[in-house]
Design a protein around this ligand. Structure first.
Ligand SMILES: Nc1ncnc2c1ncn2[C@@H]1O[C@H](COP(=O)(O)OP(=O)(O)O)[C@@H](O)[C@H]1O
Ligand SMILES: [Mg+2]
Length: 249
C-alpha cells in the first residue's frame, strides 16, 4: 500500500492513500464491529445535512478488515484548539453549533441509546446489584427522545477544512436518544482531558439552548457508569467519582 500512516490506536491504524482514508483493524478485531461501524456511518450519511466522510468500501486483506472512507483534508479541531488557545471560545461556539446540528436529525434505524446504556451497565462486573438497580431506575426516569447522538463527540473527531467547513468522523458509537446525554458524554470526555474546556462546553450548550445545567448534569452519573464499561484504567478514578455522585444527590 503506497499509503501514509496518519493515526494508530491499540486496535487499528488509519492510513491516507490519496483522497481516501483507510482504517485497518487488527487481525483479532471482531468483524461484526467493523461492519457495524460501516453500517452506522452509512446510515448517518443517508440522513443528510451532516458532513461526514463517505464510506467507500469495506474489505479484508491478509486477515485484516478495513473500512475505506473519503479522506477529509484539514486539521482536527483538537489540533486547532492546541495551536490557537486564544481562539478557544470561538471553537467551542462552533463545536456546540455542530453538535446542535447533529441533534436536530433523526436516524430511526440506529440502536436506542438507552438500550445501549443498559447493556453497558450490565457489562460492568464491579458494580453492586443495588447500584445497577439504581442506574436502571434513574435511566427509566429520564425523558425519552430519538435525537441523533454521536456518542464520542470530541474535538479529535471533528475535521475543519481550510474553508472552515466541519466534518464529523468516528460514528461507531452513534445511537438515537436523549441529546443531553450526548452533551453529558462530551462534557465527561473533556473532563478526562481538561476541566476548563469541559465547563466552557456545557456553559455554551446550556446558554444556546436554554437548557438548565442541572439537567445535563443529572445525566453524568449514568453516562460515567456506562463509560466505565470501556475498562480504560486511566479513566477509572474520575468515572468512579462521577458515577457515585448520585448517591449523595
Ligand atoms: N476520513 C478521514 N479523513 C481524514 N482523517 C481521518 C479520517 N478518518 C480518520 N482520520 C484521522 O484518524 C484519526 C482516528 O480516526 P477515528 O475515526 O477518529 O478513529 P478512533 O478515534 O476510533 O481511533 C482521526 O482523529 C483523524 O485524525
Ligand atoms: Mg476518533
Amino acid at each position: 500500500m503506497g499509503a501514509e500512516l496518519i493515526a494508530t490506536t491499540a486496535t487499528k491504524k488509519v492510513y491516507r492513500d490519496g483522497d481516501k482514508a483507510i482504517k485497518v483493524f487488527n487481525e483479532d478485531f471482531p468483524k461484526a464491529e467493523v461492519l457495524n461501524e460501516a453500517l452506522i456511518t452509512a446510515r448517518v450519511e443517508e440522513t443528510g445535512g451532516i458532513k461526514v466522510p463517505k464510506v467507500l468500501e469495506v474489505s479484508v486483506f491478509e486477515g485484516k478488515w478495513s473500512i475505506t472512507y473519503e479522506f477529509i483534508e484539514g486539521k482536527t479541531l483538537k489540533q486547532l484548539m492546541d495551536e490557537n488557545p486564544e481562539k478557544l471560545p470561538e471553537y467551542m461556539d462552533l463545536m456546540v453549533d455542530l453538535h446542535l446540528n447533529i441533534m436536530s436529525k433523526q436516524c430511526p434505524l440506529l440502536n436506542k441509546l438507552k438500550d445501549k446504556m443498559i447493556r453497558q451497565i450490565g457489562d460492568i462486573d464491579e458494580l453492586t446489584d443495588s447500584i445497577r438497580y439504581d442506574m436502571h431506575t434513574r435511566l427509566d426516569g429520564m425523558p425519552k427522545h430519538t435525537k441523533l447522538c454521536h456518542g464520542d463527540f470530541n474535538p479529535s473527531n471533528i475535521i475543519v477544512k481550510d474553508d472552515q467547513t466541519m466534518y464529523v468522523l468516528d460514528w461507531v458509537h452513534a445511537t438515537q436518544g436523549n441529546a443531553s446525554a450526548d452533551v453529558a458524554r462530551t462534557y465527561l470526555l473533556f473532563c478526562l482531558q481538561d476541566q476548563k474546556k469541559a465547563d466552557m462546553y456545557i456553559d455554551v450548550f446550556c446558554r444556546k439552548t436554554g437548557t438548565a445545567k442541572k439537567y445535563v448534569q443529572s445525566w453524568l452519573p449514568i453516562v460515567a457508569t456506562a463509560q466505565l464499561s470501556k475498562k480504560r484504567p486511566e479513566e477509572a478514578e474520575l468515572l468512579h467519582r462521577w458515577a457515585n455522585v448520585f448517591e449523595y444527590q
